[in-house]
Design a protein around this ligand. Structure first.
Ligand SMILES: Nc1ncnc2c1ncn2[C@@H]1O[C@H](COP(=O)(O)OP(=O)(O)OP(=O)(O)O)[C@@H](O)[C@H]1O
Ligand SMILES: [Mg+2]
Length: 344
C-alpha cells in the first residue's frame, strides 16, 4: 500500500544531493527517473533493448571481501547469483558450479593468486601493477559453453539460454559503461516481475564495489522493494550479501536504505533471520502505516508499546513512526512545493 515510503526516499535523495553525497539507487518500479533527470544523474536502464551493459563476471579492484582473495570473493557472489537462476541447488551441484566458474576464469588466466588479476607486461615491471579491465573478463556466453561440455551441468546450461541468447541477453556482454556521477539510478523495471531479482543483484554488487572504492567520500545506496532480494523467493547467499552490505557500509563512509512494503515476506526466509538482522543493524527505522497482521509480525522482532501499535495502525500517508536508538518519534514528512515538482 502506498503510504509514502518512496516519496520520502525521493525527498531524502534530493536533500542529500545538495550536501554532495554520492547516491546509488536500484529502481524496480521506474519511479526515480524524474528526480534523476532533474539532478543530472546517470540513468541506466537494462532490459531487452538496452545498450548499456554490466558484466556479472567483472572482478574489480575493490571486489575483494573479508580478506578472501579476489577469485574466492567473486565465486561467493556468483554462486548467489546463479542460485537465483537455478533455484536452490544441493552441495554437490554447488561444488560442480564452483569448479566450472574456476575453469572459466582459468581461460582468462585468472586464478586464486591475486597477482593473476594484474596485467603482466614486460614493460611495466617495477611500475605500479595495472588491474585487469572489463575487457579481460569472461562473459556469460563463455560460461554457457563450458557448462555445455559436461553432462553434469547440461541442465544448468539450459536454464541460462534466456540470459545468453534470449530476452535477457544483455547479461551476456562485457561492461561498456563508465559511471562517474553523484547520482546513479539503475532502472530494472523492464526485466519484468520474474526477472527483477537478477538485475537488482547485478547492480547491488556493482554499486557495492563503487561504495568500497573510496572511504572518504560519503555515499548511500537505496534498495527500493528490498523484499525481492531478502524475501522468501530469494536465497540465502543473496540475503546474506545484502545483510553484509548493510552491516558494513558505515565503515566505508556510507549508509544503506532498504525500503519494503512486505514485512511478512522479509521475515520469512530462513525463519526471518535476514529480516531480523537488517532491522537490528539499522540505526534508523521508519514505520509507515501497517495492518494488524503485519504489526503482529513486527512485534516479534522489535519492542513496541501498546500505544505505538495503535499509532502505526492509524498513520496516514506521509506519516511515520521513527526509531532512532532509544528515541521513538512520530513524524510527518513535509516538503516544499519545488521539491514535489522535482520528484513527481
Ligand atoms: N509526505 C507526502 N506528502 C505529499 N504527498 C505524498 C507524501 N507521501 C506520499 N505522497 C503521495 O502518495 C503517493 C504514493 O506514495 P509512495 O509512492 O511514496 O508510496 P509507497 O509507500 O512507496 O508505496 P508502494 O508500497 O506501493 O511502493 C506519492 O506519489 C505522492 O503523490
Ligand atoms: Mg514505493
Amino acid at each position: 500500500m502506498a503510504h509514502g515510503k518512496s516519496f520520502f526516499t525521493k525527498i531524502l535523495i534530493l536533500r542529500s544531493y545538495l550536501t554532495g553525497i554520492e547516491q546509488y539507487i536500484i529502481d524496480p518500479e521506474r519511479e526515480y527517473q524524474k528526480i534523476c533527470n532533474k539532478l543530472n544523474g546517470t540513468y541506466i536502464q537494462i532490459g531487452a533493448n538496452s545498450k548499456t551493459y554490466i558484466n556479472i563476471f567483472d572482478i574489480r579492484e575493490e571486489s575483494q571481501e573479508d580478506g578472501n582473495g579476489y577469485l574466492a570473493s567473486k565465486i561467493n557472489k556468483l554462486v548467489g547469483f546463479f542460485k537465483l537462476i537455478f533455484g536452490n541447488i544441493d552441495e554437490e551441484e554447488k561444488a560442480i558450479l564452483e569448479e566450472k566458474i574456476i575453469e572459466l576464469y582459468e581461460t582468462k588466466k585468472i586464478n586464486f593468486e591475486d597477482s593473476s588479476l594484474y596485467k603482466k607486461d614486460e614493460k611495466t615491471v617495477n611500475i605500479k601493477p595495472v588491474f585487469k579491465e572489463s575487457k579481460d573478463m569472461p562473459t556469460l556466453g563463455e560460461f554457457y559453453e563450458i557448462l555445455g561440455k559436461d553432462p553434469k551441468t547440461k541442465q544448468m546450461q539450459i536454464k541460462l539460454i534466456p540470459f545468453v541468447k534470449g530476452s535477457l541477453n544483455f547479461f551476456n556482454h562485457q561492461t561498456n559503461v563508465i559511471l562517474d556521477n553523484l547520482l546513479i539510478v539503475a532502472d530494472v523495471h523492464d526485466l519484468g516481475e520474474e526477472n527483477l531479482a537478477f538485475g537488482m543483484y547485478l547492480f547491488t554488487e556493482f554499486f557495492w564495489d563503487k561504495i568500497k572504492a573510496n572511504r572518504r567520500i560519503k555515499k548511500a545506496i537505496y534498495l527500493d522493494e528490498a523484499w525481492r532480494l531478502i524475501g522468501v523467493t530469494s536465497n540465502k547467499e543473496v540475503a546474506s550479501f545484502i545483510y553484509k552490505i548493510f552491516k558494513t557500509i558505515r565503515k566505508y563512509g556510507g549508509s544503506g536504505v532498504a525500503i519494503t512494503q512486505d514485512i511478512s515476506d522479509i521475515f520469512s526466509l530462513d525463519g526471518g533471520i535476514y529480516g531480523k538482522c537488517l532491522l537490528n543493524n539499522s540505526n534508523i527505522k521508519m514505520f509507515f502505516a501497517l495492518e494488524e497482521e503485519n504489526i503482529k509480525i513486527l512485534e516479534q522482532n522489535i519492542t513496541l508499546t501498546e500505544k505505538e501499535k495503535i499509532e502505526i495502525k492509524s498513520l496516514k500517508r506521509g506519516e511515520a513512526l521513527l526509531f532512532a536508538n532509544q528515541e521513538h518519534v512520530l513524524l510527518k514528512i513535509d516538503n516544499a512545493n519545488f521539491e514535489k515538482e522535482m520528484i513527481e
